[in-house]
Design a protein around this ligand. Structure first.
Ligand code: SF4
Length: 470
């Protein structure tokens, strides 16, 4: 796509629209969403999908995700899959199993298939020692065809509390070139209330070291809606983040208090949570401040500097979304390694066991650790494409989409047309009959737009409560 056809990145906080669409919905890191994976899909089904996809797309690049589930201490807001233990010896058998899984998994791919993206997530990948991280990298290098440094996007989620001086330099030497740090909030009282004490100076040093060692697209995570936060306190955090940390990317997540699902959240005093009205004010001011500071809204909680590759890809219509969130790597099959990790391959999704004993048993038996998954139907693939394009482009050209997917768009989505018309009436989208475009005010509610195309929400079994879309 040429610069002349760049997509709009305008976003506006529309309180009336947000209040009208205040409901729960999926985040669409996959379609169908993970609650629709089933245990009838196991290692044999995944291997069949590997073989089919290898035969059809032997030159397709790979993206690897490694899940390091351990954390030293628990952050009370956390909803991640993690194992909290200060006993670092727990990482040793996991490391061995992960290396064994790397060997097992790599056998399924021709050596020509290049890895162009690699991500260490958690939990806390920086829970591992540098020697362990290096060993893991060595196993990846031995068994997969990693693209040379500058051609690969090699990222790690790092916890500044686990990164003493010199750590970042070593991570760069090992081969990482992207990094993301959790910050959440800089206010000491809020940090205490969520059990995550992380002084600004610590994060500042880590960000400075990352810059000095050539990391691109440095990302920071913030969370609004945490206990003891006020509009004033959060905006103070934001101001310091913009001024003193100056990240290339910023994710600003809404804290969803669901203690019935996430045990650590039971340690949060609900009476200290900011009311919904305050959260809306925080969101409104945060968006205004970030836009004024020159960031663009990429979508679904994510902001980036206009020159960052994520923002550029979005303008050019080449942004994609998968289990790792937004990505510029469209051409990849995603291979998940470690407990709970998800593989997105060809026409299937597959998830690994969620507990260590089950995971270890499978790997020790020399088998893939898949415990559930789903093979996409033709309808799933069509709807996945439509939902992913909406999430990334905020618009959909019916004729072009129909041609790409081999369908008559209007006929295929006749049922959805009533919902589309309703969203037009309510100002969520504009529609000229061919091009559906999410309005600037509707962008914050993109999940709601996608929900109109989600067959399972209207027809499938409802398996799990989702978080609110705002
Ligand atoms: S937020 Fe991150 S560091 Fe904190 S408990 Fe969760 S996974 Fe661990």
């Amino acid at each position: 796509m040429t610069a002349a056809l760049e997509l709009s990145q305008e976003v506006r906080f529309d309180r009336a629209l947000i209040e009208k669409y205040d409901r729960a919905g999926p985040r669409y890191t996959s379609y169908p969403t993970a609650p629709h994976f089933h245990e009838g899909f196991g290692p044999a089904e995944l291997q069949r999908e590997f073989a089919r996809s290898n035969a059809e797309q032997a030159d397709r690049a790979l993206s690897l995700y490694l899940h390091i589930p351990f954390c030293d201490t628990v952050c009370y807001y956390c909803a991640c899959n993690k194992i909290v233990t200060p006993d670092r010896t727990r990482a040793l058998p996991y490391l061995e199993a992960l290396i064994q899984e790397i060997r097992l998994m790599a056998r399924h791919f021709a050596p020509e298939r290049q890895v162009t993206q690699l991500h260490f997530g958690g939990g806390s990948p920086s829970y591992l020692t540098l020697a362990q991280t290096e060993r893991l990298w060595g196993a990846l290098r031995d068994h997969f065809n990693l693209a040379p440094g500058a051609l690969g996007e090699y990222g790690i989620e790092a916890d500044p509390r686990e990164c003493p001086e010199g750590t970042i330099a070593r991570l760069a030497e090992i081969g990482f070139n992207r990094i993301s740090f959790g910050v959440q909030d800089l206010e000491p009282a809020v940090q205490k209330a969520v059990n995550r004490i992380q002084p600004l100076e610590l994060t500042q040093r880590c960000v400075a070291e990352s810059r000095a060692h050539g990391f691109h697209s440095i990302n920071l995570d913030l969370i609004y809606g945490l206990p003891l936060q006020t509009e004033e306190s959060f905006l103070k955090t934001l101001e310091v983040v913009i001024r003193d940390l100056d990240p290339d990317r910023l994710a600003v997540f809404n804290y969803a208090h669901l203690p019935q699902y996430f045990t650590p959240q039971r340690r949060i005093d609900a009476a200290q949570l900011p009311p919904a009205e305050v959260k809306l004010q925080i969101l409104e001011k945060t968006i205004a401040r970030l836009l004024a500071a020159g960031y663009v809204y990429v979508g679904m909680d994510h902001f980036a500097k206009p020159g960052d590759e994520l923002a550029t890809a979005q303008r050019q219509g080449s942004l994609h979304r998968n289990f790792q969130g937004y990505t510029t790597r469209a051409e990849c099959d995603l291979v998940g390694l470690g407990i709970t990790s998800i593989t997105q391959f060809g026409h299937a999704y597959a998830q690994n066991f969620k507990t260590l004993p089950e995971y270890y048993a499978r790997i020790e038996a020399g088998e893939l650790a898949t415990f559930r998954g789903v093979e996409l139907t033709a309808d799933d693939r069509i709807r996945r494409d439509v939902i992913m394009r909406l999430l990334c482009d905020f618009q959909l050209d019916r004729a072009a989409t129909g041609e790409r997917l081999g369908i008559d768009f209007n006929r295929y989505f006749a049922e959805e047309s009533k919902e589309i018309a309703r969203m037009v009436d309510e100002g969520l989208i504009e529609d000229d009959g061919n091009l559906m475009r999410v309005t600037a005010g509707g962008r914050l509610l993109i999940r709601n737009v996608c929900m109109a195309f989600d067959w399972y929400l209207a027809n499938g079994p409802q398996k799990k409560a989702f978080s609110k879309t705002i």
